[in-house]
Each structure stands twice: as C-alpha cells, then as structure tokens.
Design a protein around this ligand. Structure first.
Ligand code: 4AD
Ligand code: MG
Length: 447
C-alpha cells in the first residue's frame, strides 16, 4: 500500500479530464450556498477544489464545510481546465478524506507583525511568500552546484569545527573541545578548500558558516550558507570571469524554473534579464573618488534617503556606500583591489602596489550589497608567513596552511558566495532573514 497521492499539482496539466487523488493542506476555504471552495496546497502548488453539493454525498459535503485552515486531507476529483482560475485548472471534487482536522491556525490571512511571524517561523514557512522565497533559495543552490559540477569542479567538504580563525578574530563562535582547548565554528571553508585545489585543480565547498557578528542589519545572519570555489593556476582576473558566468547562470536558471515564485513575490524580472556577462569592474581607488564626489554633490541613498557618509582612502565601505556604487549600474559590479589593511591575511598583494590586494567584492544591484567576496591567494610561503605574523595570528596554528605553499605551490584564486544574500537579491526581498528556513540572528535562536 502507498500513502502517496496519484499526482501533484505541478503536474496537473497532464491529467485533464481524469480522476486524481491529491494530498495536501487547506490553504483557504470559502462557502457559497451549495458550494465549498477549497484552496488545496500540496507543496508543489495550490489548486482550487470545488465541492458541489449535488456531486457528493451529504457526508462528504459536511466534511468539506467543517474543514479548517491547514487541515490535512486527500481530495479525489476530476481535473477540469478553467481559464478563470489562477492556475488554469480546477478539481471537481467527488470525495474528501480528512487526515487531520487542524486546530485553530495562528497565522491567518490578516496582517501579523514580523515579531509574531518569526516566533511562528516553523508554521510561517507554509505561507505563499515564504514558500516562494525558499523555492528560489533551493534553485540558487541547485544551480550553483550544477554549474560548478558541469565545469569540472569537484565538491570537497570542509570541517565546521576548526582550530583557527580565517576571517578575523573578532567574530568567532567558540566552544570547548575536550582536552584540546577551544574549537571555533568555521567562518569559511576556504583555507581547507585550498588543500583540495591541489588535489583536484578545481574544487568547491558548500555548507553553513558562522560569524558572531553583533550587527542587526538586514544583510547579516550569524549562520549563513556559503559556496566557495577554488581554482589552481588562476589569478584574480580569471576569478572575476568565473564569478560573472556563475552568477549569470544562477539568475537565468531561476528565471527559467521559478517563474511562479517570482510572480508571487512580484519581482521585477526585467532587471534580472540584464544580468549577463561581462559585469562592470571598478577599482577601489575609483570607487572612493566617486563616493567623495557624490558626497560633495549631496547625493542621498535609499532606504531612507540618507546622505552618503564621506570616506577616506583606506577605509572599508559601509552599506550606504555599497548601495551607491551598485546604483551606478544595472548589473552587479566588481569593486577590485581593496586596501590591504581592510582585507584578510591570505590575499595576494598587487604587483608593485603592496598597499592593495588582488581581490574583489561583487555588489548586487538595487541595494542588496555584497553577494560575493573573492581573491587571489598568496602562494609564496615566506610572504604568507609574514602576513600571518602581521595579523597577530599564531604561526604554529597555520603551518598546515603554509605547507600548501611548500610542495608545488601555484597561483590560485577563489571566492565565496553567500546563498542568502544572493537569494534575497534574486527574489527581491528586503530582509535576508526570510531567505533561510530558520534564520540565526543576534536576537533570535527560537524556533
Ligand atoms: O567576504 P567574505 O567574508 O569572504 C570569505 O569568507 C572568503 N573566505 C570567501 C572565499 O574567498 N572563499 O564572505 C563571502 C560572502 C559575502 O560576500 C556574503 O555574501 C556572505 O559571504 N556573508 C554573509 N551572509 C550573511 N550574513 C553574514 N554575516 C555574512 N558574512 C558574509
Ligand atoms: Mg566580504
């Protein structure tokens, strides 16, 4: 015996005129005299099921009337094409089997505050907008991996419990690790994935990463997912080319396969259609000049038309700066060659200009900020050791990492794309917290 339905809403067009048995939950229900309309949600889509008193037994009609929001059930009926319905198809119901008559559901079609919805995140994920966002997230992940797999990259998993810092020491989550002292949750898989670079030439790691950031912005989570490709015999120019092809592929895949979800979110897809290589590139030097000029002209930036804060060469950009820089283009933009002082220890200095490093941040349009951070890595062991010391890190802890430069070192480069930032941009949703089933934030650990 099987408990599965005979088909799913997403495939319903194949069953026009046939009798099907669907399984799902009541998204909505309305009654009108001899009719009960059930919006049945089966996870793959929502379909209107029409229960007409004349077509069913009295018992079935009563059951239909008693259904509450989110009750689980099987619906049997005939599939009818109907141009008036949003989906283009409806079910003329002949039978209903209730699995569970749901208790009064806390999330109703009325407006709820964010706080309330976040407290009920485990249920909120069933709502159409959340369903759409998480559908797009899944497509971003699938597309990212498929692109890399098809380009000869090999997935190479890196540890989440680590002994050292990779992206600064100020935002580490620490935990006691038996007799070995402290372990830290990985901020990135990069250092480890670099070892795989020498094994496979082209590798990527993909998994959760952790940053104990005390920032409450709409772009920050304390736990986020990152995909990090690493390429042997590659410089920063190769790196940017890979990134633009990678991002363009992901956007196109979402446009191709998530049309329904994008519609639910009312995403303007015209701007996404333009995301084709090449992406514009602007040096950090020029970016600073453009910002300084904009400050003199009194330029303001969304969301609240705040004046652009001024910046000096050598400082990192804030969110308003990134929003301004991204607004100069329709496509994502690379800002490259940042000052050495604001970036990680492992980045390759630019030739003849050690005050800047061969790196780039990819800024998404429309104020979504940095979606990718990437760089060419130092491949000279002495220089790497010097940089580790300059950053006040314990050289002993990084011997294995320097070893990677002692046995057949090669120029190599890579990057990390945050899944949630990328999803927020493509889906056009304001806050990153809705792009992951259970966001971990400064003030949120439940549910
Ligand atoms: O720029 P980041 O810190 O780069 C790295 O971690 C490198 N090791 C990556 C590499 O070269 N392999 O982070 C990369 C990306 C950012 O561009 C952003 O998309 C995301 O990770 N990210 C965050 N997303 C959500 N919340 C946070 N707190 C994030 N911090 C970084
Ligand atoms: Mg970064």
């Amino acid at each position: 015996m099987s408990l599965l339905p005979s088909t799913y809403v997403v495939d319903i067009a194949d069953s026009v005129g046939e009798t099907v048995r669907l399984a799902g939950w009541v998204y909505h229900k309305t009654e009108k005299g001899k009719l009960v309309f059930i919006q049945l949600r089966d996870g793959t889509g929502v379909i209107q099921c029409v229960v007409f008193k004349k077509n069913v037994s009295e018992d079935v009609f009563e059951r239909a009337k008693q259904l509450t929001q989110e009750s689980s059930l099987y619906v049997t009926g005939t599939v009818r094409a109907d141009e008036r319905s949003a989906l283009g198809f409806e079910i003329d119901v002949s039978d209903i089997e209730v699995v569970d008559l749901a208790n009064e559901y806390p999330i109703t079609p009325k407006e709820h505050g964010t706080q309330f919805l976040m407290e009920h995140r485990h249920l909120w994920v069933r709502s159409s907008k959340q369903h759409a966002l998480l559908r797009i997230r899944a497509e971003v992940i699938a597309a990212a991996q498929e692109y890399l797999n098809s380009e000869h990259f090999v997935r190479y998993d890196t540890p989440l419990l680590t002994a050292t810092a990779a992206e600064g020491t100020t935002n580490l989550f620490a935990t006691d690790y038996f007799d070995l002292g402290k372990a830290y949750l990985a901020q990135t898989g990069q250092l480890y994935v670099e070892s795989g670079m020498s094994t496979f030439g082209r590798v990527y790691c993909f998994g959760p990463t952790f940053r104990a950031e005390k920032s409450k912005t709409r772009r920050h989570l304390t736990e986020f997912w990152m995909i990090e490709p690493e390429v042997a015999f590659a410089d920063q120019d190769d790196n940017m080319e890979l990134q633009e092809n990678f991002v363009a592929y992901i956007v196109q895949r979402v446009l191709d396969r998530c049309g329904e979800a994008l519609k639910v979110l009312e995403r303007d897809t015209a701007s996404l259609e333009q995301v084709v290589p090449p992406f514009p590139r602007m040096s950090y030097d020029e970016a600073v000049e453009r910002i300084q000029q904009a400050v003199r002209e009194g330029v303001t930036v969304p969301p609240e038309d705040q004046p652009l804060p001024s910046i000096e060469w050598g400082e990192d950009f804030g969110a308003p700066h990134e929003t301004f820089l991204a607004s100069l283009n329709q496509k994502p933009v690379f800002i490259y060659n940042y000052p050495t002082v604001v970036k990680a220890f492992y980045m390759q200095p630019a030739e003849g200009r050690p005050e800047v490093v061969r790196c780039a941040d990819l800024l998404a349009p429309e104020g979504y900020g940095e979606i990718i951070g990437g760089s060419q890595r130092i491949h000279d062991p002495q220089l790497l050791e010097q940089r580790i010391r300059e950053h006040g890190l314990n050289l002993e802890d990084y011997q294995w990492y320097v070893d990677l430069r002692r046995y057949g070192t090669v120029p190599h480069a890579g990057f990390g794309m945050g899944i949630e930032r990328c999803t927020a941009w493509i889906a056009g949703t304001h806050h990153i917290r809705e792009t992951i089933p259970f966001p971990r934030q400064l003030y949120r650990l439940y549910p």
